[in-house]
Design a protein around this ligand. Structure first.
Ligand code: AFD
Ligand code: MN
Ligand code: MN
Length: 400
């Protein structure tokens, strides 16, 4: 394909790609075996906004930041103030994430808890989160439930299912006409015998029961290693129930590694399904692309820049699949030729188109290098280290 035709296709695709960053991805995180603190990690919501804004300023494709209600808002930093601070920084608040897993009351679940008063507490928190979304002018409330059990016989799966249906219906009734309720599934962790919303079928059922403004959120790390994620994406697209993604990569479980770091071809195949759907329907699917990653070892801001630029590159490659030839080969059963339509697009070097697109937007041609040369990481590390000392907070570990 001629370079100008390549650029035209890729520019059009990238102009429609906007990836929401997670506020929690900029703060210190760890595993149950410990936390490796980083001097440059965000201390408060305003640091997170500054860091997300930096990623957007350098990549041009990250204009929103997801927030976690309990971690990002407080009486001294209410939603209206945070939302304005985001706008002042050139980004805006994206999805609102209730926290239905940390409170001790949720030990036996939230929406599925055997005690109805705990279910009501969880429901009240979700209703408050929907109100926060309205204050932040956010269209998306994103629900993830840690609910489940650790042992056979611990609780009734069917009772819990019906409790979810009941509580989701009440959440749904509080939505504004322009809001979407995303229901995220996860096969296990922290529950280890059964998780109430464990797979895409359960999430699809709950979304369908709730109504047309409820859709499924596909977290790419929330699948068993052999699962065909692009098949799930194709089904949900075809049902009009794919709400969006939490992007990350995994080697073994919900590892929250950098998108594309383990299996970039799988990300490409997911993006191919989205491009093919858009071509068949004459317009791109309206999806919320979101990152859900926690970088315990990598420096946070560069890791998010790496995530967004990888997503741009794979999204650009996926839009190059020759869909007409692909359909002809599929219809004729020409397996190798059909497969090569994907492989050729995946192997296409799109770097000069990415550079041209970035230049057309006034963006640095190499966002990671530009960040490295900016000195921002060292500057924020120094400023935040001093602030942590003044606040008497945990300093960085030997692995900063
Ligand atoms: C954890 C959960 C889930 C959720 C995220 C943010 O596994 O992915 O979306 O936290 O709450 O990663
Ligand atoms: Mn997630
Ligand atoms: Mn997860």
């Amino acid at each position: 394909m001629a370079q100008d035709r390549l650029n035209e296709r890729i520019f059009q695709a990238l102009n429609g790609l906007d990836i929401e960053l997670p506020s929690w991805g900029f703060a210190d995180t760890g595993t149950r075996f410990g936390k490796f603190y980083q001097d440059a990690a965000a201390i408060d919501i305003y640091d997170k906004i500054a860091d997300a804004s930096t990623v957007h300023a350098l990549t041009g494709s990250a204009s929103k930041m997801a927030v976690h209600v309990l971690w990002d808002f407080s009486t001294e930093h209410p939603p209206s103030e945070v939302a304005q601070a985001a706008r002042d920084a050139g980004i805006h608040i994206g999805s609102i994430n209730p926290n239905l897993f940390q409170d001790a009351d949720y030990k036996l679940g939230s929406f599925g808890h055997p005690d109805e008063t705990v279910q009501e507490k969880a429901l009240d928190h979700c209703l408050a989160s929907i109100a926060i979304a309205k204050t932040c002018e956010s269209r998306v409330i994103s629900l993830w439930f840690a609910d489940g059990t650790n042992y056979p016989g611990q609780d009734s799966v069917r009772r819990r299912k019906r409790a979810f249906e009941k509580n989701l219906a009440q959440c749904y009734a509080a939505l504004a006409p322009d809001q979407t309720l995303l229901i995220e599934y996860k096969p296990f962790e922290p529950a280890f015998y059964h998780t109430d919303v464990a797979d895409w079928g359960m999430a699809l059922h709950l979304a369908t029961q709730a109504g047309p403004q409820a859709k499924v959120l596909v977290d790419t790390g929330h699948h068993y290693s052999s699962q065909n994620i692009e098949q799930i994406v194709a089904w949900l697209l075809d049902e009009g129930r794919l709400g969006g993604f939490h992007f990350n990569d995994r080697r073994y479980a919900d590892d929250d590694l950098t998108l594309g770091s383990i299996d970039p071809y799988q990300v490409f195949r997911i993006f191919h399904e989205i491009h093919a759907y858009g071509a068949d329907h004459g317009c791109p699917a309206k999806l919320d692309y979101m990152v859900d990653q926690s970088h315990n070892l990598k420096p946070k801001i560069p890791a998010m820049i790496q995530t967004v630029t990888w997503a741009q590159e794979l999204f650009a490659k996926a839009c190059l699949v020759d869909l007409e030839s692909l359909r002809r080969h599929q219809a004729a059963g020409r397996i190798i030729e059909a497969e090569q339509c994907l492989q050729r697009a995946f192997m296409t070097d799109v770097s000069s188109s990415l550079i041209a697109w970035r230049e057309s937007k006034g963006l640095p041609t190499d966002p990671l290098r530009s960040f490295r040369e900016s000195g921002l990481l060292e500057e924020r590390a120094k400023e935040r280290r001093a602030r942590r000392q003044a606040l008497g907070m945990q300093q960085n570990s030997a692995y900063a």
